[in-house]
Write a protein that binds this ligand. Structure first.
Ligand code: NAD
Length: 498
């Protein structure tokens, strides 16, 4: 059986350590194994990144960008191979995998603007004969730790921009679906990246803890669940690192009485059940303003949920594939049992879905709960499965209070035809990414991605302008020429430029 290893200093390491199984979630079979890097292996990757740093950060940004241009072309040329690997190991449909790759490529496109992004700021005559400028320097060796649900896109949020800014990088992807991530990294080598600038170590907590403990790792970008995000933020910042740690979510969609209901239903179907709900921006709560809206919405949703086409990830034209692992299927199933026990009404029950020919796959159909209330676990916690909960409220203000009281604040949206309601919602809502008639308001690559509250630990969001800030350190230089315009006496008052 193939054992996936690590890309260190431009070469694949031979396997010689602990391994874990990688499944095809549609068949339930083990298709590969992945080695879990030891402390020594991760230290080798950090050392390779450190050794590559001086030459890389001094390379003109335009030269770094040229490599990224070639990388983008290679990604597009290898789309079908990458998509097939994502679908095989994650389970998402090929169309969904292609969408994730496309959004990842947009981040590469943004990073090719490095010469423009790193130009800095200049003030002529900041004082008498004095010019001042700020420029942006690489932070050093940066680590990225990424989740299973976007094995192509989320790493591409991080390292293209980080290396464009002159940093070198150690990526620790999810051990559950590592193949597409590794293929993409090897394409960057092929594009001409010098050895050691990007290293990929597969692994678990041992690898992550080695990155956290290393004084040579100066910054960490993390995306994953909230408990791990909080751990990484705490341990990383305690050791003086710069950390941005993006966590979990519970995203609400508010449906106003004036919403264009058919469009809202279509939007909700894709946002709640696309990728089997395994998205940090998935809509998992529909907040209906008024019972009439709730009844109408439910009546339109039921037949659509029952008609969802669920099957193996390698087939086209499906709505949903399987969940990622059996353990995750069991976890989502337990939430549904819990919701029923807590008194919510399970209107559509997707448990025990059988897909012909794939009886051992980790499949679940779409589920819909009504009469969900805020004290229930299915409302409070991130289920990360194809489960939509209906919560009924009486007003927009009540909906806003409900959402603001939730511990997560990643994404949200409102369906309405009323500009005043939309504007109030956008102003008052305590959530980082907001959609108005847009169910998955994932910011484009030239904005930045991040939630509020316990959906993000740190100050700067991922990619886009915040990404440039995160991956650079500012240096401000104040310079006077000519150096001797007159013989000045020493000044003991604070220099004011007057
Ligand atoms: P996860 O937290 O289990 O794993 C994320 C990464 O952390 C993986 O690389 C994993 O190996 C590592 N890890 C896991 N447990 C660890 C531990 N105890 N100590 C150190 N490292 C550990 O997340 P997941 O299940 O892979 O992904 C799903 C989660 O990611 C969901 O909560 C989802 O909302 C979140 N997510 C968030 C965003 C966002 O932008 N906010 C985007 C995608 C996914």
């Amino acid at each position: 059986m193939t054992i996936i290893t690590h890309l260190i200093n431009g070469e694949m390491r031979p396997a010689n350590g602990r391994v874990t199984d990688v499944f095809n979630p549609a068949t339930g079979e083990v298709i590969r194994q992945v080695e879990l890097a030891s402390k020594t292996t991760v230290e080798d990757a950090i050392a390779a990144a450190k050794a590559a740093l001086p030459a890389w950060r001094n390379l003109p940004p335009a030269r770094r960008a040229q490599i990224l241009f070639r990388f983008k072309t290679l990604l597009e040329e290898h789309e079908s191979q990458i998509v097939a690997l994502i679908s095989e190991e994650h389970g998402k449909t090929p169309e969904d995998a292609a969408g994730e790759l496309r959004r990842g490529i947009e981040n590469v496109e943004y990073a090719t603007a490095a010469p423009e992004l790193l130009k800095g700021e200049f003030s002529r005559n900041a004082g008498p004969h004095i010019d001042s400028w700020s420029d942006f320097h690489a932070v050093g060796v940066v680590a990225g730790i990424t989740p299973f649900n976007f094995p192509a896109m989320v790493p591409l949020w991080m390292y293209p921009l980080a290396i464009a800014c002159g940093n070198t990088f150690v990526l620790k992807p999810s051990e559950r679906d590592p193949s597409s991530t590794l293929l993409i990294a090897s394409l960057l080598q092929q594009a001409g990246l010098p050895a050691g600038v990007l290293n990929v170590v597969n692994g678990d907590k041992e690898a992550v803890d080695t990155l956290l403990e290393s004084p040579d790792v100066k910054a960490i970008s993390f995306v994953g669940s909230t408990p791990v995000a909080e751990y990484i933020y705490g341990e990383g910042t305690r050791r003086g690192k710069r950390v941005q740690a993006l966590g979990g979510a519970k995203n609400h969609a508010v449906i106003m009485p004036d919403a264009e209901l058919d469009n809202a239903v279509s939007a909700l179907m894709g946002a709640a059940y696309g990728s089997c709900g395994e998205r940090c921006m998935a809509i998992s709560v529909a907040v209906c303003v008024g019972d009439q809206v709730a009844e109408a919405l439910i009546n339109k949703l039921i037949p659509k949920i029952e008609a969802l086409k669920v099957g193996a990830g390698n087939q086209k034209g499906l709505d949903m594939g399987p969940l990622v692992t059996r353990a995750h299927l069991n976890k989502v199933t337990d939430y549904i049992h819990g919701g029923v026990a807590a008194g919510a009404t399970l209107i559509v029950d997707g448990r025990r879905l059988a897909v012909a020919g794939y009886e051992s796959g980790f499949f679940m159909g779409g589920c819909l709960f009504d009469q969900v209330t805020p004290e229930m676990r299915i409302y409070q916690e991130e289920i990360f499965g194809p489960v939509l909960c209906i919560v009924r409220v009486n007003s927009l203000e009540e909906a806003i209070t409900l959402i603001n009281d939730h511990e997560y604040g990643n994404g949200t949206c409102i369906f309405t035809r009323d500009g005043e309601s939309a504007r109030l919602f956008c102003n008052e809502i305590e959530v980082g990414m907001v959609g108005v008639n847009v169910p998955l308001p994932v910011p484009v690559a030239f904005h930045s991605f991040g939630g509020w509250k316990r959906s993000l630990f740190g100050d700067l969001h991922a990619y886009g302008p915040d990404g440039v800030r995160f991956y650079t350190r500012r240096k401000t230089i104040t310079q006077r020429w000519p150096a001797r315009i007159s013989h000045e006496a020493a000044q003991f008052a604070f220099p004011s430029g007057q």
